[in-house]
Design a protein around this ligand. Sequence first.
Ligand SMILES: Cc1cc2nc3c(=O)[nH]c(=O)nc-3n(C[C@H](O)[C@H](O)[C@H](O)COP(=O)(O)OP(=O)(O)OC[C@H]3O[C@@H](n4cnc5c(N)ncnc54)[C@H](O)[C@@H]3O)c2cc1C
Length: 408
Amino acid sequence: MSELPPCDIAIVGAGIAGSALALALSGHGLRIVVIEAQGEDRAVLPNAVALGAFDPRVVALNPRSRSVLENLGVWRAVADYRLCAYRHMTVWDADGTGSVDFDSADIGAAALGYIVENRALVRALLDGLRACADVRLLAPESLVECVRDTQGRVTLTLASGAQLQAGLVVAADGALSRVRELLDFRTREWDYGHHALVATVQVERPHAATAWQRFLPTGPLAFLPLPGTDDAHYCSIVWSLESSLVEGLQALDDSEFCVRLEHAFEGRLGRVLACSQRYAFPLRQRHAVDYVQPGAALVADAAHTLHPLAGQGINLGLQDVAVLAEEVLRAAERGEALGSMDVLRRYQRRRKGENLAMMAAMDGFKRLFEQPGLPLRWLRNAGLRGVDRAGPLKRHLMRQAMGLAPGE
Ligand SMILES: Cc1cc2nc3c(=O)[nH]c(=O)nc-3n(C[C@H](O)[C@H](O)[C@H](O)COP(=O)(O)OP(=O)(O)OC[C@H]3O[C@@H](n4cnc5c(N)ncnc54)[C@H](O)[C@@H]3O)c2cc1C
């Protein structure tokens, strides 16, 4: 069994959260190791603007996440590759007449957010890491064992058999975090009974830089705008459905699926002309009871997963990353042990409240829009119309979704 040199921080997972954290910590005299199960080829970027050339996994990043990525020096690379800024958002209820339209001009902003392909973001972050002499990326390599001694130092065992000691291990290994499981972090979780079907589609009419969301009784359907050409218009869809319905949709051939999708979307962008391969993700709300233990911290999906209906998952995750980096660097400056509970509790205190509030809001939304009864149907349609007419409330909701502090 080979021994790797000890490090100050071991980050497990180089998805968006893990690679962003390594970049944020780099340049301050810490020895950082990142362990990632997948090889480099997962983030190869095709140049073509064509149906099959988009990553079917995209994220809607809010302006606050953009700032985090600008501070890390990677936003330019993400934007230079491609993204789609959206200036409008239209949300409506399938079961009535209520709808609400948000426009970035109402609050004097250039965009409400940006649709970015996951692999483009990961590529830019990994390219950034390559220039960091203090970060050692082990990939492809997996964590298989994680043990903490009485002083809080953690020993990691990797799939190759190598072992590594770290002052702090950060779990950025996603929703099914192995670190979380190995260190016995407790979670509260429940199944939404939903799957999210994701795909890229070509539509007949331009998407007008708008993120569209229709609430169906079976769950929300989002059409998110992607870059296109003069005569080819693309969207990424996230169709959240009761799990029992997903199998039926997956069994349809592409043209049958396009017809079904167009119908579910009320043909707002004309015909759905073509769709890429479809992928289904089970949706589960999960929240770690504690984000920290001596020598260990959870960030992003390893700490919390929520329904994608408002596209907030990695927006919250990037805030976890920014705050944890701030607390760790402050501790390093003061000579505190990075894995001490004094340091880690400060991170937990600053992040848990916002994450919990967002999870509760998403859960409430989902339940409200699922109810078939007439009174609730009336209430939500009246609510949507009311929000649409109430300027200050609408602007407040926009600022919240954009991650802006009041007054910003
Ligand atoms: C359908 C859908 C739509 C979404 N839309 C949005 C959106 O619009 N906006 C938004 O903000 N969020 C959205 N999200 C959520 C967002 O995708 C996640 O929050 C984000 O991808 C989580 O990033 P992460 O880095 O925490 O985890 P992941 O992306 O899961 O990365 C974890 C990494 O850890 C690695 N790993 C795992 N186990 C090990 C191990 N044992 N050893 C080494 N490496 C390991 C994996 O290979 C992976 O690279 C959506 C989610 C879904 C399902």
